[in-house]
Each structure stands twice: as structure tokens, then as C-alpha cells.
Design a protein around this ligand. Structure first.
Ligand code: NCD
Length: 316
């Protein structure tokens, strides 16, 4: 793997290889001593221009547990706050000789641009409203394990994943639709018309405005955060009305099949898109997703940096 910029970079064989290695990495999480020498001498820089709790810390743990040196650079506290451009920031860090740049940025396409400037390998850790491929991988990993816990083979092919909420502003949904298509799952997107992405008609999904009608079909229901920080106008009348139409409320839990599971990439707006009853229920996989984040990112870093290949020649 040269970079991981989009879930579209992952074909079925690569996805399966990443998820299978993540299973092995996940076993390390259970051990008292969490260290493998696999990436000793490699350097990973987390370059986060947007806030993050779980993505940044899980990339950091993933790198450290594989013995890579990991440093974190965030916009606040770096020369970005002095007006340095993305290109100059990327070139500066790249010039130090690092092996991988894990980038989160509010501009869609920023990691792709960085990959054209840098010699290091680039991982997209969320770019604007575009993509978040490692989130889709950890979601697939979590769903696979859930299906296996029910006694199946864990295959997502033919399963129904219902994704609900602020789809317009969600990079998580875009990466999930791509990866779930690769894995053969059926995706149903549910949102009010105002939060349905433009162009969704050409996506390989079914859509609905009626959550109650769709919930009984779900093997997995994935609730997405209402991303108020990306909204410029009113996308729904009031938070209360949003919850009534599209929240996973206590009453709606009764519409789910007993073996259906609930996912949310976090951070959650409890009481808005998801009730505490749903988030904390026995069907919730939300903390499993967090745990999966470390295992999957270990696998991704290993796939990118585990070989003997050197940093690429100067792409400029
Ligand atoms: C998501 C993100 O930042 O794209 N969170 C995450 O990475 N777990 C979703 C969100 O912010 O709502």
C-alpha cells in the first residue's frame, strides 16, 4: 500500500488482509505488555488540523505498540497558527525524514494533496466531508466480529447496514458506503431530505426518510453525529424534532431485531441522534468500535510501513 487516502484504495483482498491482521493485533490489546518490534526505527507523525479524541490517540497507540516513534502535531501550538500553509507544514515535517503522515484536515482532499508533496506515506484520518477510511475499516472489523459472535462466519456480504443521520456532512458515511460495497453488504441510508447528500442517487445504496420503516431490516444500525460545526444554516427545525424523526430513541429500540447491533463512530450527542438507552444497551458496539480502532490502525500502519521499501523519491 503506498498511501491510504480513500476506502476506494482498498480492494476486497487488501481489505480482508487488513482486517485479518487487525484480528492478530487485537490480541496484543489483551496482553499486559503491549509491544511488538515490527515498526522499530519507523517514525509516524500525527498531523491533526481538526479536533479528535479517539482517532488521534488510537493512531498514537497503534504506532507505539508497534514500536514506531510517534509524534503529534496539531494546528494549535504549531506554526499553522502563525499562518504557515498546509504545503509548507507538510514539506517541513516530511523534510525531517518521517515515514508516515497521518493527516486530519477540514478541507476535503488535503491528504491527497499532501501525498503529492511528501515522500512519506500518507494516511487520511478524516478530510472535511470527504472520507475517513480507517473509520470504515474499524467499523467493518467491529461488524464482522459481531456477526461471528452470533455464530456466523462474520461475512458482511448480504447483510443490511442502515446508516442514519447527518449524511451530508459525514466523511464516515462516504468511506463506509465504499468499503461496505466492496464487502458486499447492502446499505440503506436514512436522513431527512435536507441531510441527504447531493448525488446520493448515483451511490450504490437505498435511501429512505422513514427510520421506523427501515429499522426492522437492519443487521447493523449506524447512527451518525449531527455535525453542527459544519452546518451553516438550519437543516432541521429544532433538535427535538430531529430526535423525534431520526434519533435512536428508547422506543425505537423495540423495532430492532434482537440480534441487531448499534454502532456510532463517536463523538455522540446523547439525547439528539442517540439516546442513552441505545448507546448503553447490550446491543451497542460503540466501545468495541473504539477498541477496534487501535487494532485496525496497527494493521494499517504495518501494511504501509512493515516492508523494507524506503521512502519514495522526491515527488516534487
Ligand atoms: C468522526 C469524524 O471525525 O469524522 N469521528 C471519528 O473519527 N470517530 C465523526 C464525527 O466527528 O462525527
Amino acid at each position: 500500500m503506498r498511501h491510504l487516502l480513500s476506502a476506494a484504495d482498498l480492494d476486497l483482498a487488501t481489505t480482508t488482509a487488513v482486517l485479518d491482521l487487525a484480528e492478530e493485533m487485537g490480541q496484543l490489546q489483551q496482553r499486559p505488555v503491549k509491544k511488538l518490534p515490527a515498526l522499530r526505527g519507523r517514525t509516524v507523525v500525527n498531523l491533526f488540523f481538526e479536533d479528535s479524541t479517539r482517532t488521534r490517540s488510537s493512531f498514537e497507540l497503534a504506532g507505539k505498540w508497534l514500536s514506531a516513534d510517534v509524534i503529534n502535531v496539531s494546528a494549535k501550538g504549531s506554526s499553522v497558527s502563525k499562518g504557515e500553509s498546509l504545503r509548507d507544514t507538510v514539506l517541513t515535517i516530511d523534510a525531517m525524514g518521517v515515514d508516515a503522515l497521518v493527516i486530519r484536515h477540514s478541507a476535503s482532499g488535503a491528504p491527497l494533496q499532501a501525498s503529492q508533496w511528501a515522500r512519506a506515506k500518507v494516511v487520511n484520518a478524516g478530510d472535511g466531508t470527504h472520507e475517513h477510511p480507517t473509520q470504515a475499516l474499524l467499523d467493518a472489523y467491529t461488524m464482522r466480529r459481531h456477526l461471528r459472535s452470533l455464530g456466523g462466519d462474520g461475512e458482511l456480504a448480504g447483510r443490511t447496514v442502515v446508516i442514519v443521520g447527518d449524511l451530508t456532512h459525514s466523511r464516515v458515511v462516504r468511506s463506509n458506503v465504499l468499503l461496505l460495497q466492496t464487502l458486499g453488504a447492502k446499505v440503506v441510508l436514512v436522513a431527512p431530505a435536507t441531510l441527504m447528500p447531493s448525488g446520493v442517487a448515483s451511490w450504490p445504496v437505498n435511501t429512505s426518510n422513514d427510520l421506523d420503516a427501515v429499522l426492522p431490516e437492519a443487521d447493523i444500525v449506524m447512527m451518525l453525529r449531527v455535525q453542527s460545526e459544519r452546518m451553516s444554516g438550519g437543516y432541521f427545525p429544532t433538535p427535538r424534532e430531529y430526535t423525534v424523526g431520526y434519533g435512536l430513541t428508547r422506543n425505537r429500540l423495540g423495532l430492532l431485531r434482537p440480534e441487531a447491533a448499534i454502532c456510532h463512530p463517536g463523538p455522540m450527542n446523547r439525547g439528539l441522534e442517540i439516546s442513552a438507552d441505545a448507546a448503553d444497551s447490550a446491543s451497542s458496539l460503540i466501545l468495541d468500535q473504539v477498541a477496534a480502532g487501535v487494532a485496525v490502525r496497527m494493521s494499517v500502519l504495518y501494511h504501509l510501513l512493515g516492508g523494507d521499501d524506503e521512502r519514495e523519491g522526491d515527488p516534487r
